[in-house]
Design a protein around this ligand. Sequence first.
Ligand SMILES: Nc1ncnc2c1ncn2[C@@H]1O[C@H](COP(=O)(O)OP(=O)(O)OP(=O)(O)O)[C@@H](O)[C@H]1O
Ligand SMILES: [Mg+2]
Length: 720
Amino acid sequence: MIMKLNEIPIDIQETLKDLGVSKLYPPQLEALPHALNGENIVLSIPTAAGKSLIAYLAIVHRLRSGGGKALYVVPLRALAREKYEDLKNFEKLGFKIGISTGDLDESDPRISKYDIIVCTSEKADSLLRHGINWLDKIRVLVIDEIHLIHDPSRGPTLEVIISRFKALNPKTQIIALSATIKNAVELADWLDGKLVKSDWRPVKLKEGVFFKNQIKFNDGSVKKIKGDAKKSLELLVEESLINGGQTLIFVNNRRSTVSLANKLSDIIGSKLTDKEKKGLKKVLSYIEHERVENVSIVQTLSSCIEKGVAFHNAGLSNIQRRAVEQGFKDRFIKCLVATPTLAAGVNIPARRVIIRDLWRYDANFGMVPIPILEYKQQAGRAGRPKYDKEGEAITIAKNSNQRDQIFYNYLLADTEPIYSKLGNQSALRMHLLSAIATNFVNDIEGIHRFINGTFYSYQSDTYAMEGEIDTALKFLLENEFIEQIDNGYISTLFGTRTSSLYINPLSAVQLKNALGKSYSKELTTLSFLHAICSTPDIRSLYLRSADSWVEEKAEHLHGTLLLDLPNNSSQEYEWFLSDLKTAFLIEDWIEEIPYDRIVSKYNIWPGDIHNIAEKAEWLLHATREFARMYNFSSVSEINNLIVRVHNGCKHELLNLISLRGIGRVRARALYNEGFKTVNDLRGVPLERIARIRAIGKAIATSIKNQIGEENKGNKELGEF
Ligand SMILES: Nc1ncnc2c1ncn2[C@@H]1O[C@H](COP(=O)(O)OP(=O)(O)OP(=O)(O)O)[C@@H](O)[C@H]1O
Ligand SMILES: [Mg+2]
């Protein structure tokens, strides 16, 4: 039994040193004997307590004694990257480390060569659906942030992965990493594992409430901060900066991230050293090339970053978010204002976290208080071992009464228990179909066995559960995803394809019906775009009062849309208009309307355009598969549309876009100068190409290199 670091094999010790580990923390010492013994474990220990390290060591230990693979499942791509970079340190011990977060409709043979694979939960689910042949080689399954089982959109997938592994591969060791939750014992019992619970945190995290120039902390201490009491946030940020600390502020909406970052940039900008200003220039250079498009948000972000402040939310592009995260990690960005997407698991140097909003908007209930678990996750970003000796998480009260309330409701409160969300029909249909389509189950007993292995079954009453299963099966039978033969079920071709395409069965039915109408309609690009935007897999845009243009345009679309138009006094009509608005957005994107115009017309963010385009491409891909399957003639139109949505341009640019570094803006500039294909660029002097708007010398050189006409100075440049 290992109790000290020096009892671990020397080469592993060396690797741990590279990770900054010179001794093991008490919860790690408590958990390790069980983890190394091959037991299933649930670690319900505080933020920053080093849960990942226990998983890393268990993996290394187990794979060394007997080979095999490990799967490390995380909820977010950003977290996948962080864990992947940590695990890369173990390559020198002979392990091959891979990461897979991308395309869901492939079995990804590339990743089969890795020993340790980091992936998102959706990717893990998709791998199971494609019947990967190395499934039985997986000896350790790590589920990070397992408390997300509670999340309605991601939770069901998470528990289904675990249940299927438990059934298919009972010898797989399951290591579940959780925030401290009230019913962790239930999770451990469900997983048949050892529960390691602790309150210990390596870096002291003081939680406090600020009111009238005083932070009152949960350890009884009080800190006074002088200054204008009405400007609490500014005072907190400034005081932290003067003491050499960085601040992370969580707010409940995207717009606030920008307005607050702008507001704070004057305070911070004036206090930066020359070295810091130089570092910030480097951060700016990461997003510089995004200026090709997407101008105003890059300008706002850039002017904040110049002053040592940044904002972070899901509306930014991936590149922008990564630049901001890295700039904060490198300690150049002193203050970051973010939405709670940044609260899960990441390690960042925030000595002080300010949780500005303890309320957030909920579409069904209006403003609701955030759960304690979410508060604790946000607070837990402060004081991370790699970066700070102490952390502070602070909320701001308007009066002493509110301060006491916050203390009672959050600081001193226990986190809530978590509950399965698999009982939701939409989730149940999707996962039952996948289980039948992959032959994991093929009769009602098998289905019950499968569901009995889930956390849902562990928590819910059998009678209600059986009713839900029956309803879901009925839906699958009626819509011909599955068939009943003898006493069992098999999936139809439609069912199998829907499962492997990784789309909601309801979307599949809608797309199939839409295709069925394609013969009787006058087809346009919008016909298909509207059909995919009507599925539950794309979240449609809100309809605002200023959007009456959508309805006006709708009146001219009769005869072209593939779905029946609802009566215009019904609720469905509102939804129809929302879907149509979303379809118009994609149409604008492929008609090369500039980012800024799309952003203001639809009241969205650049990141939303990407997300919607990515989803749209995916659903068009599914539509094309169904068109092929049922011999519809629209395959080539859909093909065309897929490439256009991928690149955001008209068909005529597709040839030029095949060049690296050439996106829709540069391709359009070349095209307008008469260079309509890659061939047209042959023999043209480099200087001539470099003079074209948005091209310049570096890109022109890269083009020349790619067509084999110039060999020097090939500098790869990307275009957004
Ligand atoms: N024994 C140790 N000595 C020094 N540093 C450690 C040790 N164990 C872990 N760390 C470091 O502590 C940091 C936090 O670890 P980790 O991300 O695993 O926390 P966590 O428990 O998963 O927190 P969260 O709940 O916020 O996800 C990491 O930077 C990690 O490298
Ligand atoms: Mg973690």
